[in-house]
Write a protein that binds this ligand. Structure first.
Ligand code: ASP
Ligand code: MG
Length: 424
């Protein structure tokens, strides 16, 4: 069994879906296809949920109508009769019924979010499964709400691997009994044991693919993307980027953590545990091998890797009473950060000062006030970015850190990290 994952950008148009078919049509020996919502559907559904939560039914309905129109356009390019398949229409109707009938309380926001936003993946996989069947790629649509068992941490649910494994294996065995060995399931979604739909966090489809691969003991996972594979830097930001054919799991985790948008950070662990290789392959070139991420690689990566994380805030925290920040106050600071769900990307301390690079958050004012009320002076600089260079060399050091406008620099033998004003 292999697992293929296709992201929203790949299936944003009828051409994209046809290309997906072209990629999967010759596969033999079992294939589990995980698909995200088409194009920017998840964002659009987030707008639907915002209107819905605020009681703006007409706006919610209108926004959802646009989602329908978008998908119907893709359907028109895929099916000869250009008719919306009944199974897709049913999903549209379910969303409309929720918007029309229900009213939501703010405290249930996350639950409603999952309920509605999950339709992006339900719709995309239904269209793709029907299309593949109509085009001769016999497959079975898998409802991941019945396969991925999660806790009830809505919007960021955690998957129960054992329970999910049992259900997934049963679904695959059922298909096999009917002679089907291609499966199409949704990324990003699952359900609680009570049957409430959950989502796994934005961009979570990579993770879904990794979990499926892990519990099915797949031979490999391929994430098909609009890049030739893993590059040492985002070519939109660093024009001199180069292709990296092989990476270790550890390289990949570090990359994902420092903000490389190549794979979701949670993806690696389930694969590493079972030593399943992860391929990053170009959607536009079925025969190119792309990059592979696995336990052992032939040669360590030679080129420095550059990762830029935007939207950073530099917080500098100093106790009023001159107590030593590391020894005496660490235990006060971190619980507060945790309570505000702050994503900390870098920490640097001196005797009485702690500097942090954190993701910009809506609750920044509140967070700063809380720290101040606990006896700290806090300064903050916003609009910064964090540049990480793994495996930097002397020329990189010169070029990036010996320049004006660096707010903070941190350097180990291998890794150079710099905070600077956000570039365009
Ligand atoms: N559709 C979801 C999102 O856009 C999940 C994913 O794409 O991985 O966040
Ligand atoms: Mg997406």
């Amino acid at each position: 069994m292999k697992v293929y994952k296709f992201g929203g950008a790949s299936v944003r148009s009828a051409e994209g879906v046809k290309n997906l078919k072209y990629i999967v049509e010759d596969e033999r020996g079992g294939l589990f296809i995980i698909v995200s919502a088409m194009g920017k559907t998840t964002n659009a559904l987030e707008t639907v949920i915002d209107h819905f939560m605020a009681g703006r039914r007409d706006e919610a309905t209108a926004e959802f109508a646009a989602v329908e129109t978008y998908h119907n356009g893709i359907i028109a390019g895929l099916f000869e009769d250009a008719k919306t398949p009944a199974a897709v229409q049913k999903l549209y109707d379910e969303v409309r019924a929720i918007i029309a009938k229900e009213s939501a309380e703010e405290r249930d926001f996350e639950r409603w979010y999952d309920n509605i936003v999950s339709y992006g993946e339900l719709i995309s996989t239904t269209i793709i499964s029907e299309y593949l069947n109509s085009a001769g790629v016999r497959n079975r649509w898998v409802d991941m709400r019945r396969c991925f068992v999660t806790d009830d941490r809505f919007k960021y649910a955690n998957v129960d691997m054992d329970a999910s494994g049992e259900r997934l294996r049963a679904a695959v065995a059922e298909g096999a009994a009917d002679g089907v060995d291609v499966f199409v399931g949704q990324g990003f979604i699952g359900a609680t044991t009570g049957g409430a739909t959950t989502t796994l966090g934005r961009e979570g489809s990579d993770y879904s693919a990794a979990v499926v691969a892990s519990v099915l003991d797949a031979d490999s996972v391929a994430i098909w993307k609009d890049v030739i594979g893993v590059l040492n830097a985002d070519p939109k930001i660093f024009p001199e980027s180069t292709f990296i054919p092989e990476l270790t799991y550890r390289d990949a985790i570090e990359l994902a953590f420092s903000g490389a948008q190549i794979i979701h950070p949670k993806t690696i662990k389930p694969l590493q545990n079972k030593n399943i290789p992860l391929y990053v392959r170009p959607f536009g070139d079925k025969f190119a091998s792309g990059s592979v991420i696995r336990g052992e690689i032939a040669a360590p990566i030679e080129v420095p890797i550059l990762i830029l994380k935007r939207g950073q805030v530099l917080l500098q925290i100093r106790p009023h009473d001159y107590s030593f920040v590391l020894e005496e106050r660490l235990g006060d600071i971190f619980p507060i950060l945790e309570r505000f769900n702050t994503k900390v990307n870098l920490v640097q301390t001196s005797a009485i000062n702690m500097s942090l690079s954190i993701d910009r958050t809506r609750r920044l004012d509140e967070l700063v006030r809380e720290l101040e009320s606990r006896g700290f002076f806090v300064t903050r600089d916003e609009g910064l970015e964090l540049l990480t260079i793994r495996g930097y060399t002397q020329p990189y050091l010169e070029r990036y850190s010996r320049v004006p406008g660096i707010f903070l620099a941190q350097r180990t033998r291998k890794i150079l990290r710099l905070m600077r004003k956000e570039t365009e």
